[in-house]
Design a protein around this ligand. Sequence first.
Ligand code: G6P
Length: 612
Amino acid sequence: MCGIVGYIGNRDCLGLIIDGLKRLEYRGYDSAGVAILNEDGEINIFKKKGKVKELESQFDFKKLKGHTGIGHTRWATHGEPNDINAHPQSDMTGNISLVHNGIIENFKTLKRKLENEGYTFTSDTDTEVLANLIQYHFKQKNDFELAVRLALTEVEGTYGLAVMNRSEPDKIIIARMGSPLMFGLGKDEIIVSSDAAAIINITKNVIYLEDGEMAVIKFDGFKIKTIKDEEIYREVMKLDYDLEEIEKSGFDHYMLKEICEQPEAIQNTYRGRINFGNGEVKLGGIESVKDDIINARKIIIIACGTAWHAGLLGEYMLEEYCRIPTEVEYASEFRYRNPIIEKGDVVLVISQSGETADTMAALKEAKRLGAVTVGIVNSVGSSIAREVDAGTYIHAGPEIGVASTKAFTCQLMSLILITLMIGKSKGTISEKELKEITEEIKVLPDKMKEIINKRNDYKFIAEEFKDSRNFLYLGRGFNFPVALEGALKLKEISYIHAEGYPAAEMKHGPIALIDENMPVVFIAPKDKTYDKIISNIEEIKARKGKIITIATQDDNEINNYSDYILRVPKTHPILSPILNSIPLQFLSYYIATARGCNVDQPRNLAKSVTVE
Ligand code: G6P
C-alpha cells in the first residue's frame, strides 16, 4: 500500500524519485507527489490525483533542481483520492513535508488537540495531522529529530514515513511501525524506499528498518535509533535480484511476463532441494524446525488473498499425504477470534510480499501464543521473512503485476516440497508415489511451457466471453482451490463477477444462476474425481450453461460435454493444480485486455496490503 521514495545525495534527485515511484506504482496508484528541496532552500511540492505519469505531464519539472527530496504514490485510506489529499502533506506553515504509508488511528484526537493550539488543516488525511504534530514539537524544541520522536510517541497506528524540514534541510528522517521501509547505500547518495524495487537500480546494499525504529539520513551517513532514543547497529544486506528482473522485457504487461516466467520460477523453487535419487527433500531454511513440523500436533496455515488459496491446497495436501490435521485461516480472522494454539502446533504463514499487515499481525499473535512459526515467502528480507522462526523462500523472483500468478504456483510448489519432506520422514507417503511425484516434478517446467506456448488459443475464448457479467468456476479435491483462484483472477483484473465453488456444492445455490448466458469453467482432470465432475457438468448442461473445461491432453470423452476445451498435459494429481492454474490465468488476462482493463494496476487494488 502506497510507495515511498526519498533521496539525499550528489545527483539532481527529481528524475530519480519519479523513476522510483513508477517502479512502486503497483503498491498504490490513485495519486502521486514529490517534495524537493530546491537550491534556494525552499521545499517545492507537486502532487496530483492519478498515476505518476499524470503528475509528470502536469508540471514543468525540468526547472526543479535539488539534491534532497521525497515522493509518494498513494492508495487512499483517509480521504478520497484527489490533489489535496495526495502526499506529500505539509504542516500549516509549510515547514514540514511528509510522505506516509499506514494509518494513524488516533488522528482525530491529535487533530482536536492541534486545533485547540490554533493549527488548521486543508486535507482529510491523517498524514497532515502528523505533519502538524511534528511542527508543533519542532516549535517547542527546535530540534527536528526530537520533534519527530516526540510526535511518534503520541501516535497510535501504523506508519512507514519520510519527512523533511525546511529549517534543517540537510536531512531526511524516516520511521517505521508496521509498514515496510528501507534505505540503500549508494556512492555519495542514500535512497529511501518502502520497497527494494525503487532502490535496485542505484545499489544492492540495503538496510531494513524494524518496527519502532527511525533513522536520520544525511548526505554523509545515517544513524538508526528506536523511537525511545536507543542507538541501533544494523547490518547491511545484499539484494538478491537484478534490475532486469523487475522490467517488462518486451511483454505488454507484467502479468503476462510473470505468467510466462512460471516454468523457470517453479524450477527455482525446487532447484537443489530434491534428491531425485531417493526422493528426499531438504529445505535449508526450515531444517532448524523440521522435527517440530514432522511431529506437529496440528498445522495452521495463515494467509490472505491468493496466498490463502495456496494455503487451502496446503491443507488438502498435508492431510492427504502427511496425516497431520491442518486448518487454513484468513489472517484477518485468525488474529481477532481468540485462536486455540497448543504446545506442538505449527503455524505456516504464506505471503508473496512478506509485508501484508494482517498476515504479519496474525504471525505475531501465533508467536505470542507459543506456536512454532514457519514462513513461505517470496520477498527476501521482508518483514514476515524476518519475523518467523524459520522459513523457506519460494524464489519466484519479483512479482509486480497486482494479480498474483507465478507467486501462487511457486507457493504451491513450496507446499508440495514441505508435504514430501514430512510424508517421507513420517512414512505416510509410499516410496513408490514419492518417486512418481519427484519424477513428474522434473518434467513439470516443460509441461508448463507447452501450455504457455498455446496461449494464443485463449484469445478466441476470451473474445467470446468478454461481455459476460458473471462466471462460475468449479473444481473438486485439489482443484477446488484452483477454482477459487481462477475466479479471483477474473474478478481482480476484468471486473466481471466470478465465484469459485466445490463442483458438487454448486447444487446448493449457484445452480439457480445458470442459464444460457452463464459461462461455467470446470477443472476436470482425468483423476479420481473425473466421473463426479462429468455428472456436475451434465447438471449445468441440462440448464443450458456454457461449459469451458480445463481437461487432460488425451481426454476425448470430455469433447461430448464441453463447449470450449483448454488442454493441459497429464501429470500427478498433486501437481495438477499448478498446470491447471495457467490456462485460468491466461483466460482472465485475455478477457481483461479484451475489455480494455488495466491489467497490471486494476482499480482499487494494491499489490501489497500494508494496512489492516
Ligand atoms: C493483495 C494482493 C493479492 C495477494 C494478497 C496477499 O490483496 O493483491 O494478490 O494475494 O494481497 O498478499 P501477500 O503478499 O501476503 O501474499
